[in-house]
Design a protein around this ligand. Sequence first.
Ligand SMILES: Cc1cc2nc3c(=O)[nH]c(=O)nc-3n(C[C@H](O)[C@H](O)[C@H](O)COP(=O)(O)OP(=O)(O)OC[C@H]3O[C@@H](n4cnc5c(N)ncnc54)[C@H](O)[C@@H]3O)c2cc1C
Length: 421
Amino acid sequence: MKQYSAWKVFKNGLTGQKDWGRAWRDPEPKQAYDIVIVGGGLHGLATAFYLAKNHGLKNIAVLEKGWIGGGNAGRNTTIVRSNYMMPGNRQFYEHSLQLWEELSHELNYNVMFSQRAHVALFHSPGARDAYARRYNTMRLTGSDGELWGLEQLKNEIPHLNYNDARFPITGAAVQRRAGTARHDAVAWGYARAADQLGVDIIQNCEVTAVRRDGGRVHALQTSRGEIKAGKVGFAVAGNTTRLWQMADLGNLPIESHKLQAFVSEPLKPLLDHVVVFGVGGAHFYISQSDKGGMVFGGDLDWYKSYAQRGNLPIVQDTCEAAMSILPCLGRVRLLRHWSGVMDMTMDGSPFICKTPLKNLYLNAGWNYGGFKASPASGWYFADLIANDRPHEFIEHFSLDRFTRGVIIDERGAGPDPKLHG
Ligand SMILES: Cc1cc2nc3c(=O)[nH]c(=O)nc-3n(C[C@H](O)[C@H](O)[C@H](O)COP(=O)(O)OP(=O)(O)OC[C@H]3O[C@@H](n4cnc5c(N)ncnc54)[C@H](O)[C@@H]3O)c2cc1C
């Protein structure tokens, strides 16, 4: 496998782009692996990469029912931030952001991470105070954060609706190191780097049954035959409850909901930040892609489903939110919209943990914030699988936190999965 470099880009530009070769192999599945990760999204691919890179493990496979990055990995609005306050979340997401800052070099693949600042608008003194508490906590624990008053906000982002918005904008909480990345490049970068370390990435390979031998997983039945596994990790996002039931483990505290995203026709540079607001039942986030499209999204579709498509009322709701904050978008045409299946938990926080089966490990419950988490999620899930014990940063991401009453409800929304955005 070739290293990418500026010289290679130049040379291939002169020779008709014929000398690139495959980015990763397309192997036939073996009969047995030491470790099998189910799910070729960002979390599965990152886990396989760090298992090989950080722990020197070999004989690993990633099984993906479709193509890698075809799930939420390639459907999200690509916001990366670490503006978390709760113990358990704070260190984890900050480590993730630090991994993002080096990811293109680490993978030798340009993931187009753009630190353009995450700007969370506030609309009342109460909201400002809540943000001040959260962003001060972030600063005290080694992250970055600042509060902007109205004048600074107007200077930085002049196009927002400062005149007659239904909820007047009074300022913003800002994390400058936050930003966006190119989502499918992250999937391809992890896949290529994992493949170089010997990981078999097997696409079009759906797990259809989990064969148990008492308290262990013995093998996985797949659409490409039975595969034996020493250890198994589930990283299947919105399909977690399906896999969990295949393992005969009952129900999980997860509901699968769908979330839509939207992109407009390309525009000249308009917005150089990620702008977010949430007030009075409305929730909205927007940024501009490198191609110029306005990329935005809002709330969940608010009913449970495994379908990767959304409904029209949310299109209207999200476009109304867009108009309330950026009225200049009124005559811009929508290019496409799509949906992904979100694994929403009761407290809005994830699971990276052991399970009732001795050699089965769970990575799930990313709600709709799992893109930014993917480097740290892979890092700590690999650590858990390799050492069979959770690192202190993920100790609270366990299944029994609900029986112990140690929930991590960052949003303070209570035990209703669809309220945790
Ligand atoms: C519209 C939208 C906007 C979002 N915006 C953001 C954002 O701005 N910032 C952010 O941080 N997060 C965001 N997210 C959330 C983020 O995309 C997800 O939390 C994250 O991608 C989930 O992890 P993953 O990439 O591993 O999941 P996926 O890419 O869904 O990977 C799971 C894989 O498992 C495979 N699979 C399922 N069942 C089986 C089976 N039986 N056998 C084999 N393979 C199987 C699936 O095909 C899939 O490829 C958004 C999500 C959506 C849908």
